[in-house]
Design a protein around this ligand. Structure first.
Ligand SMILES: *Cc1c(COP(=O)(O)O)cnc(C)c1O
Length: 434
């Protein structure tokens, strides 16, 4: 199989395996496909959490995505890719003082504030700098709306401030001098595959924005309606059609902008933008049978692709997988058989595919786990058994670019220190024997 005319086998030869491969055309198609149909007042912010690679973000940024970041490194990544601070928001329940200071110094569009304690810190740090910083209050909504795989509302949460607490907080516009509370943020869940749910969430959030503005006196400079658009991973699931999402949210946004001209409207999307653009490529190392089942033991595993273990379900459902190339060149023919594809970790949980239908596998064959562009290496325990993180390659304009080099043993051993050796005589400074 090929990506933009390049054989996966060629990529494996050049960059080694295991390997993540991202298709820039798919990234671009995802962002432009959304932007083309969504209300023009709605800006799409890419959640770097889904895939924080700078080149992945850069492709999305070229396609018109802004940046939603949740750590100092994600902030630096967005800035380094050329996102203007006015197109960056920072959120997360436990921001450090260093992160808040970095936001203030960079002048990000908004800090999404998740507690009154944090609001006090923003007030103090902004005051020390003599700057006013736009702040959006993240609200933990009173109720939840079904249809997402991980609901956020209607429950005690570390995220945001309870709706009732915000509504009874008094005059927030006057209370703070440097923290310019000027909007709200709500995130109601992830992996939503039903456009009507996105519509219901949006309706709830826009209505809540008005209620908050009314009871706290804040301006609605920016309203962030969250997102959580899903991609289809498993049998029986279907991808969201952007046109269906647009049909749901555009009329609501049209009515809101008529009442609030000039309010900046934000939708966040991580998985939806990056998910379908990535393939995790593994080579089969050994093939064997155990108690009547076939095993292909690959060089990659769940330390790079934790999501493949199974998300939100007790019965393992396989990620979509394909045979990308085979060493013996019989073209991959043959009836599909059930294969267990496992990795190098010393745990039975290191199961990437369970009884997945694949052609007869042989040593050296390349297996691709598709739909793997989001929540891949950065959401996986890459240090387990000290294997380290894989290389990542972006294919753009028919060319392959290494966008993250593979961890080498030194990358993992160097930060460690032997507790009993004097500083000047640390074994790490000696040349390793292997
Ligand atoms: C994780 C997260 C996102 C991105 O979620 P996806 O489902 O990947 O789109 C967006 N907003 C917030 C607040 C998040 O925590």
């Amino acid at each position: 199989m090929k990506i933009q005319g390049i054989e996966y086998e060629e990529l494996a030869q050049e960059f080694g395996t295991p390997l993540y491969v991202y298709d820039a055309d798919v990234l671009t198609g995802a962002i432009t496909g959304l932007r083309d149909v969504l209300h023009p007042a709605l800006e799409v912010f890419y959640s770097l959490k889904a895939n924080p690679n700078i080149s992945v973000f850069d492709v999305l940024r070229e396609g018109g995505a802004r940046a939603e970041v949740s750590s100092l490194v994600e902030l630096r990544t967005a800035l380094a890719a050329g996102a203007p601070p006015s197109d960056i928001i920072f959120l997360g329940p436990g921001k450090s003082e260093r992160e808040l200071a970095a936001c203030l110094d960079a002048g990000v569009h908004a800090i999404v504030c998740e507690s009154f304690d944090e609001l006090d810190d923003i007030e103090r740090l902004a005051g020390e700098r003599g700057v006013r910083q736009r702040v959006l209050l993240r609200i933990n909504p009173e109720r939840t709306i079904g249809g997402s795989r991980l609901t956020m509302g209607g429950k005690p949460r570390q995220f945001g401030i309870d709706e009732a607490q915000v509504l009874s907080a008094g005059d927030l516009a006057k209370k703070y001098r440097y923290a310019d509370v000027a909007g709200i943020h709500v995130y109601l869940g992830t992996r939503i595959l039903d456009a009507a749910v996105v519509g219901a969430n949006t309706r709830y959030i826009l209505d809540l924005a008005d209620r908050v503005a009314h009871s706290t006196g804040i301006r609605l400079d920016t309203v962030d309606i969250g997102g959580g658009l899903g991609v289809a991973y498993f049998d029986g699931e279907a991808d969201l059609d952007p046109a269906d999402v647009a049909a749901q949210v555009n009329p609501l946004l049209e009515a809101f902008t008529a009442d609030h001209p000039g309010t900046r409207l934000i939708m966040e999307a991580g998985r939806y933008l990056a998910g379908r653009a990535g393939v995790y490529v593994m080579a089969v190392r050994y093939v064997k049978e155990s108690m009547g089942e076939r095993f292909a033991i690959a060089d990659g595993g769940t330390h790079h692709h934790m999501a493949a273990v199974g998300i939100g379900s007790f019965v393992k459902r396989n990620f979509p997988a394909v045979l990308l190339s085979r060493r013996g060149d019989d073209g991959g023919a043959g009836e599909p058989q059930p294969w267990n594809v496992t990795g190098p970790l010393c745990t039975p949980n290191d199961s990437v595919l369970k009884r997945a239908a694949l052609p007869a596998l042989e040593r050296g064959d390349l297996i691709g786990i598709t739909c793997s562009g989001a929540y891949g290496p950065s959401a996986s325990p890459g240090l387990f058994l000290s294997h380290g993180y894989p290389a990542e390659v972006l294919v753009s304009g028919g060319r392959a670019f290494l966008v993250r080099r593979r961890d080498e043993p030194d990358d993992l051993t160097r930060p460690q220190q032997l507790h009993r050796a004097p500083a000047a005589d640390r074994p790490r400074d000696r040349t390793p024997a292997v």
